[in-house]
Design a protein around this ligand. Sequence first.
Ligand code: URA
Length: 192
Amino acid sequence: MYDNWEELKNNCMNCRKCALGETRTNLVFGVGNPNAEVLFIGEGPGEQEDLRGEPFVGRAGQLLDKMLAVIDLDRNKNIYIANMVKCRPPKNRDPKPEEQEQCINWLRNQTKLIRPKIIVCLGRISASKIIKPDIKITREHGIFFERNGTLLMATLHPAALLRNPNQKPEAMKDYFKLRDKIREICDHTYTE
Ligand code: URA
């Protein structure tokens, strides 16, 4: 564990712990404010993310930014966004269990330094790893779970919403619940 953000980032950027490091264009460490009270966790970089070195910059990311804007959240201001795995799995295959296992310590270290009050898991892959293995996103999205003083919530992955746009209103309700929770428990997310 590193206790300094820049040191963590520099070491992570050079990671070669698994085979995904051999095929990546760019490692995708994360984006946002490391002092944020709200942390979003996706699955892993896709093609655009690999090319640009930033999470959620493709079509799903554009949708995510729009939904965030509705509740006054902005990746360049008051949140942090990271992924379960930092390097793109070739052809967007699911990250293998051993790749996730090797990578998750970077995310743990990021979480430890950010000390978020709320973690939002985008989609099943991160929700099942971070909230509980048997989570059913369709039934349990929008519910806050408490763990060691941190609130955890899952919502539908924006890429799933691109495939099923009829689920957007349902997903948007999660963002409104998130806004209410931020107003209730966060100190500076909406005031800085
Ligand atoms: N999907 C994810 O889960 N993460 C990204 O960074 C991009 C797409």
